[in-house]
Ligand binder design. Structure first.
Ligand SMILES: [Zn+2]
Ligand SMILES: [Zn+2]
Length: 298
């Protein structure tokens, strides 16, 4: 399989001269199966350029779009995804939904007339919705497995397996701490209750989910120092990303969902610190910070 990063930034786009190398677009990752079939993870602003690249081929497109959750940074590029405007194209949007908002509404509401000139039902491509919970479903000749991770309201992680290789995409996930979860006031109490009800350690669930992956793309928003002031915001620091990669015995870790305040030099520094940690702790995986345009294979 091949992976290409079209958006690597968390929370909000960060264009500008300080972010040219790692990029300022919000999450969008293109996965190509070995038969070239297309699975897209998230529709952040990076999906606009992916759409232009797909249009440039002149061919019709059929693909899956797996949305982790409907926070703006993961859906806001969709109305600018040109292939969705072209008849003959077909996309199946995969994701979870909450009791109050369906998966379709999560995409459609941002295109309501109040916010956007074109409505979802005006798009010319065929758009299907596949609501999932924690399960495994077939996508082309691959399988896609999902897990609820620790993030306000909800977020899913995905594992795509094909031909004995696996890519795990966990864009937004916070280290889980039972005591912290109980004490948090700004977190959806239902989600805390859900985690407290889960048998065993919710972090262990993530380790098990990612076990043996060839590529793990994981939320690395903060440094450990920054995390102290952002407990309950739903994101990880790099020491936790390294721990997930080690516990899961993955082959390669990709640091993802870079913080909006981190310029290229800061991400270089985080990458260096991770490389040092890997050497010191004798971890057995490689680590790279996701940058826009980066391609990797497994
Ligand atoms: Zn996010
Ligand atoms: Zn989020």
């Amino acid at each position: 399989m091949r992976v290409k990063f079209w958006g690597t930034r968390g929370s909000i786009p960060t264009p500008g001269k300080d972010t040219t190398r790692y990029g300022g677009n919000t999450p969008c990752v293109e996965i190509r199966l070995n038969d070239n079939n297309l699975i897209i993870c998230d529709a952040g602003t990076g999906i606009r350029a992916l759409g232009d690249a797909l249009m440039a081929t002149g061919e019709s497109v059929k693909g899956y779009l797996a949305i982790t959750h409907p926070h703006w940074d993961h859906i806001q590029g969709f109305p600018f995804f040109k292939p969705a405007f072209i008849s003959g194209n077909e996309f199946t949007i995969i994701g979870a939904q909450s009791r109050s908002v369906t998966l379709r509404q999560m995409i459609a509401y941002q295109m309501d007339k109040v916010y956007f000139p074109i409505q979802l039902n005006e798009l010319k491509a065929k758009i299907n919705f596949r609501v999932i919970r924690e399960e495994t479903i077939p996508v082309f000749n691959a399988t896609l497995t999902s897990i609820f991770v620790n993030h306000p309201s909800f977020a899913m992680g995905y594992r795509i397996t094909s031909g004995g290789r696996s890519i795990v995409y966990i864009s937004d996930n916070e280290p889980f701490d039972r005591e912290v979860a109980r004490s948090l006031k700004n977190v959806d109490t239902k989600i805390v209750a859900k985690y407290l009800a889960v048998k065993g350690d919710p972090n262990q669930r993530v380790f098990d989910f990612a076990h043996g992956a060839d590529i793990l793309i994981h939320d690395t928003t903060y440094t450990p120092e920054e995390y102290v002031n952002h407990v309950g915001w739903g994101h990880s620091h790099y020491l936790f990303s390294l721990k997930v990669a080690d516990e899961a015995r993955v082959k390669k870790l990709v640091l993802f969902h870079h913080d909006q305040t981190h310029n290229d030099e800061k991400i270089d520094e985080i990458q260096r610190k991770c490389t040092n940690e890997i050497r010191t702790r004798r971890y057995h995986f490689e680590c790279v910070a996701a940058s826009e345009g980066m391609e990797i294979e497994c």
